[in-house]
Design a protein around this ligand. Structure first.
Ligand SMILES: [Zn+2]
Length: 153
């Protein structure tokens, strides 16, 4: 197989540069999450908020363990202290297995990359008070503003 093809395939199996998604790395991460039961990563600071991800063990005392994962945007709503009080952008539930964790990591990473690429709705940001809404996929404004534009209102 050509080296460029191999490098491309390997890039999909990297959790981060230089760390491959192997059974050993995934098991170590699962153990960490199981021990802590609640993992909050990212979030930035009050003056420089960043995206954040919350993972937690659900149904810890039963046989049906699962891994709910929420992705939060870098927005602090009025009256809140940090991004963790804001609404989630996505909320998914994964099996508490190596495959489930890998899906959770890959999908959260894709969500954050997509949101960074899309950016915020300029019309909502110009409102008073400003609102932070994401542009719709492939749209110049958020879904609400785009819907109005589509209907000519
Ligand atoms: Zn808008």
């Amino acid at each position: 197989m050509p080296a460029s093809v191999t490098a491309h395939i390997v890039s999909y199996l990297e959790l981060m540069p230089g760390v491959l998604a192997t059974p050993a790395t995934l098991e170590a991460m699962l153990k960490h999450i199981k021990n802590d039961r609640l993992v909050m990563t990212g979030g930035g600071t009050r003056t420089a908020p960043e995206h954040g991800v919350v993972m937690q063990i659900k149904n810890y005392n039963t046989q049906k363990l699962c891994l709910p994962v929420e992705v939060r945007g870098p927005y602090i709503e009025e009256g809140e202290e940090d991004i963790w009080a804001s609404d989630y952008l996505t909320s998914e539930e994964y099996p508490l297995t190596q495959d489930g964790l890998l899906r959770a990591i890959v999908e959260s990473k894709e969500t954050i990359a997509d949101i960074r690429k899309r950016g915020l709705c300029p019309t909502c940001e110009a409102d008073e008070p400003p609102r932070k809404r994401l542009k719709g996929p492939g749209m110049p404004k958020c879904c609400g503003c785009s819907l109005g534009d589509m209907m000519g209102v």
